[in-house]
Ligand binder design. Structure first.
Ligand SMILES: Nc1ncnc2c1ncn2[C@@H]1O[C@H](COP(=O)(O)OP(=O)(O)OP(=O)(O)O)[C@@H](O)[C@H]1O
Ligand SMILES: [Mg+2]
Length: 323
């Protein structure tokens, strides 16, 4: 795999050292956020963490025109969320807002609680018997753990894409049609066909699979499988998409496609993405939250967090002092 042959790439494993970031930044001339096809006023600026004149340049997506509408509540809000696995407190009172039209990146060393928080947002921790969640999480102001919330509906509204692409062992068509069918979203075959096509188009996969919709989803390449999983999440018309290291099993070309896709999807969904790749966080997100040992140390605009971190721990992490 390219991943193994390329020590520094968009899919570099953690910990990413400052040298790795520098080399990657230098090697990476792609401009996912500022691609020619995009008419959006986005682009990249090159920034350097403060107090580190020799630190590498990190490219950060320009955050334009994305201020929240005044008075509008964030799509999702977590307040003082704690997660215990048995007696162990894995998340120690995290409060964060996830906004519409934005990509929010969760970064931090392994074991700091990024996946745990992500899983709280669509109650995937319910499936872990030892997990106990306290605090409040709301979707459009409604408590997702409240009695009125149907967890199946919640997971349709807040979709999830995992690290390892996990298509069902069914046809490409069925992978995408499954959700709309069980949620009763299509009134007949032609409507379902249209939904499958729309989702596959949005996931940037239609042209590659339109002539082989009856082939197994598992027969696709890793990158295609991941786009299929994104199409599957999109098919039920979610409001939020959670992605847990969606590119870590992919080569750099497949990674670039997913990043481009995230950029395109941003205007339509609130997106939260866990990544170990700081270049990726800087490229795809407008907000970044840095976690350490179960705490959310810092949260802010991606550019600010990478250029002007308020906390020493953040600065140490982004400059590669610890993984
Ligand atoms: N199912 C589980 N049972 C018990 N402990 C768990 C479970 N899942 C996670 N933990 C613990 O909770 C803490 C946070 O784990 P989590 O998976 O959220 O970290 P992470 O930031 O996503 O790490 P990584 O970057 O390695 O994926 C870790 O100490 C982990 O060992
Ligand atoms: Mg994780």
């Amino acid at each position: 795999m390219m991943k193994q042959q390329t020590p520094i790439s968009a899919t570099s494993p953690v910990p990413i050292t400052s040298t790795a970031i520098a080399a990657e930044a230098a090697a990476d001339q792609r401009s996912v956020m500022g691609g020619d096809e995009s008419a959006e006023p986005t682009g990249e600026v090159e920034v350097r963490p403060p107090a580190s004149p020799s630190a590498p340049v990190i490219k950060v997506a320009v955050d334009t025109g994305l201020e929240p509408v005044t008075g509008k509540i964030p799509k999702m809000q977590a307040h003082d969320v704690r997660v215990f696995y048995g007696d162990k407190e894995a998340l120690k009172g995290v409060s964060i807002d996830i906004h519409e039209d934005r990509v929010t990146a969760f970064i931090g060393p392994s074991g700091c609680g990024k996946s745990t928080l992500l899983r709280c947002l669509n109650r995937m921790n319910d499936t872990i018997p030892t997990a106990r969640v306290t605090g409040k999480i709301s979707l459009d102001g409604e408590d997702i753990n409240g009695a009125a919330m149907d967890v199946v509906q919640l997971r349709a509204r807040v979709g999830m894409v995992f690290q390892k692409p996990n298509p069902f062992p069914k046809s490409i068509y069925e992978n995408v049609a499954y959700g709309p069918r069980i949620h009763g979203l299509a009134s007949g075959k032609s409507e379902l066909d249209a939904m499958v096509e729309k989702s596959l188009r949005r996931a940037g996969l239609w042209d590659e699979v339109k002539d082989r919709l009856q082939e197994s989803g598992t027969a696709l390449s890793g990158g295609q499988q991941q786009r299929l999983c994104i199409a599957r999440a999109i098919a039920v018309d979610p409001e939020v998409i959670l992605m847990d290291e969606p590119c870590s099993a992919l080569d750099p070309i497949a990674t670039a496609k997913i990043e481009e896709l995230i950029h395109e999807l941003r205007g339509r969904y609130a997106i939260a993405i866990v990544t170990h790749n700081m270049q990726q966080a800087a490229r795809v997100s407008q907000r970044t939250a840095f976690f350490h040992l179960g705490e959310m140390v810092e949260y802010g605009k991606t550019k600010d967090l990478f250029t002007n971190p308020r906390e020493t721990r953040t600065q140490d992490y982004i400059t590669g002092r610890y993984g």
